[in-house]
Design a binder for this molecule. Structure first.
Ligand code: PMP
Ligand code: GLN
Length: 380
C-alpha cells in the first residue's frame, strides 16, 4: 500500500543515538540529560506504586497534578486556570502535539511552521491530510520574519505553531512578539499551538513569556509542556496541554482514544514535586546556565563558532572554520564515525535548509560528559 508518510524515515534522534552507541561516541545529539531526576521524585514514584496507584489514571489526568499546574500558572503567569476543563495530562508533549493537531486540522487545511522546527509537527499535520507551510526564522537570532509570516496566512490557514524557548536554536519570544502575534491573528479563526517544553530553561535573567501570560492569545491556544525536560526524566513521557474549555474538549476527544490516560504513578510523583519542591523548577535556570557556561568555556579552544543560547539546552555551533565542504549531515556522520562525537545536523529541521554550517550540541550533561565532548571537538 502507498505510504501515508512517504517522505518520513527514522528520526534523526534515533539515527544519531544508534550511531553514537555503535561507535562508542560521546552523545551530545539526542536531547536528554545523562544525570538522574531528583531523588524525591524517584522516591515518590516508588511510593505511589507501593500505595496502589497502578490502575488507569483519570482520562484527563490526576486532579491533584492538574491543580498543581494551575497553581504554577497563577504564580508564574498570573493566569487562573480551571483544572477541570482547561488542563489535560498527556503521554509526553509529543502526544499533546499530535492530539492538538488531530483535533483541529483537517483535509486541505494549512498549518504554519517556523523553520527550523521540531520534527514531530509536520508528520502529525500530514496524517490529517493537511499541509505544512514553512516560514523561515531570521538568522542569526532566529526571530520571526513578520512580513513573511503575514504573507503565509491564507484562507486555509487553521493553525500556527510556535516554540519558545526554541529547539534547536535556543531563541526566545518576548512580550512584544506575543503582542505582534496577537495583532496578526486578531479577526481570524487561526489557532495557536505553543510548544513550551523548555519553559523553565532560560538564561541571563531572561523570562519565559508564556502564551498563558497573554489573555488574547491564550484564548485561542494550546499551550504544551513536558515534565521530562523540567524534571530530568525524558523517559517517563509525561506532559500536559492547557487550552480554553472548548478547545480542551476537542483535544480530549482525541486524547481519550489515542492513549486514554497517562502513566499513573508518575502523575502522583509530579504532583508531589510541584507541591513540595517548587524550588526545583525555580532553580532550573541557574542549574542549566552553569552547564551552558561551562560547556561554552570548554569549547573556547575549539575552532567552532558558538551562537548565543538564550534558552533551552542546546548549543548551536558553526563548524565552517573546520570544514566548509561537508554539509551538516555529512559533517555529523564524519564526526561520530571518526571523532566519536554525536551531534545533530540542523538542516533536518528545515523544509529548505539554508547553506549554513551548523550542528546542535546538547549540554544537558554531567561535567565529565561535557569535558569529553569538548575534548573531541577541540581536537578538530
Ligand atoms: N517539543 C520539543 C521542542 C522538544 O524538544 C521535545 C523533546 N524532544 C518535545 C516537544 C517532546 O517532548 P516529550 O518528550 O515530552 O514528548
Ligand atoms: N526532543 C529531543 C531532541 O530534540 C529528542 C526527542 C526524541 O528523540 N524524539 O533531541
Amino acid at each position: 500500500p502507498a505510504s501515508k508518510l512517504p517522505r518520513v524515515g527514522t528520526t534523526i534522534f534515533t539515527v544519531m543515538s544508534q550511531l553514537a552507541q555503535q561507535h562508542g561516541a560521546v552523545n551530545l545529539g539526542q536531547g536528554f540529560p545523562d544525570f538522574e531526576p531528583p531523588q524525591r521524585l524517584r522516591d515518590s514514584l516508588v511510593r505511589a506504586m507501593a500505595a496502589g496507584a497502578n490502575q488507569y489514571a483519570p482520562m484527563t489526568g490526576l486532579l491533584r497534578l492538574r491543580e498543581q499546574i494551575a497553581i504554577k500558572s497563577q504564580r508564574l503567569h498570573a493566569r487562573r486556570l480551571d483544572p477541570e476543563t482547561e488542563i489535560t495530562i498527556t503521554s509526553g508533549a509529543t502526544e499533546a502535539i499530535f492530539a492538538a493537531i488531530a483535533a483541529t486540522v483537517g483535509i486541505g487545511d494549512e498549518v504554519i511552521l517556523l523553520d527550523p522546527c521540531y520534527d514531530s509537527y509536520e508528520p502529525a499535520i500530514e496524517l490529517q491530510g493537511a499541509r505544512a507551510v514553512h516560514v523561515p526564522l531570521l538568522a542569526p537570532r532566529f526571530s520571526i520574519d513578520w512580513q513573511r509570516l503575514r504573507d503565509a496566512i491564507g484562507p486555509r490557514t487553521r493553525l500556527l505553531v510556535i516554540n519558545s524557548p526554541h529547539n534547536p536554536t535556543g531563541a526566545m519570544l518576548g512580550a512584544a512578539d506575543l503582542d505582534q502575534l496577537a495583532g496578526l491573528l486578531r479577526g481570524t479563526g487561526i489557532l495557536l499551538l505553543s510548544d513550551e517544553v523548555y519553559e523553565h530553561i532560560t538564561f541571563d535573567g531572561a523570562e519565559h513569556h508564556s502564551v498563558l501570560r497573554h489573555a488574547e492569545l491564550a484564548g485561542r491556544s494550546f499551550v504544551i509542556s513536558s515534565f521530562g525536560k523540567t524534571f530530568h526524566c525524558t523517559g517517563w513521557k509525561v506532559g500536559y496541554c492547557v487550552a480554553p474549555a472548548a478547545l480542551s474538549a476537542e483535544f480530549r476527544k482525541v486524547h481519550q482514544y489515542l492513549t486514554f490516560c497517562t502513566f499513573n504513578p508518575a502523575q502522583w510523583a509530579f504532583a508531589d514535586m510541584l507541591e513540595h519542591e517548587p524550588a526545583h523548577y525555580l532553580e532550573l535556570p541557574a542549574f542549566y546556565q552553569r552547564k551552558r557556561n561551562r560547556f561554552r568555556s570548554l569549547l573556547a579552544g575549539s575552532r567552532l563558532k558558538l551562537l548565543d543560547v538564550p534558552g533551552g539546552y542546546f548549543q548551536l555551533a558553526d563548524y565552517s572554520a573546520i570544514d566548509d565542504e561537508l554539509d551538516d549531515v555529512a559533517f555529523s556522520r564524519w564526526l561520530v564515525e571518526k571523532h566519536k562525537l554525536a551531534a545533530i545536523p540542523i538542516s533536518v529541521f528545515y523544509e529548505t535548509p539554508p547553506a549554513t554550517r551548523l550542528i546542535r550540541l546538547c549540554f544537558a550533561k554531567n561535567d565529565d560528559t561535557l569535558r569529553a565532548g569538548a575534548d573531541a571537538l577541540c581536537r578538530l
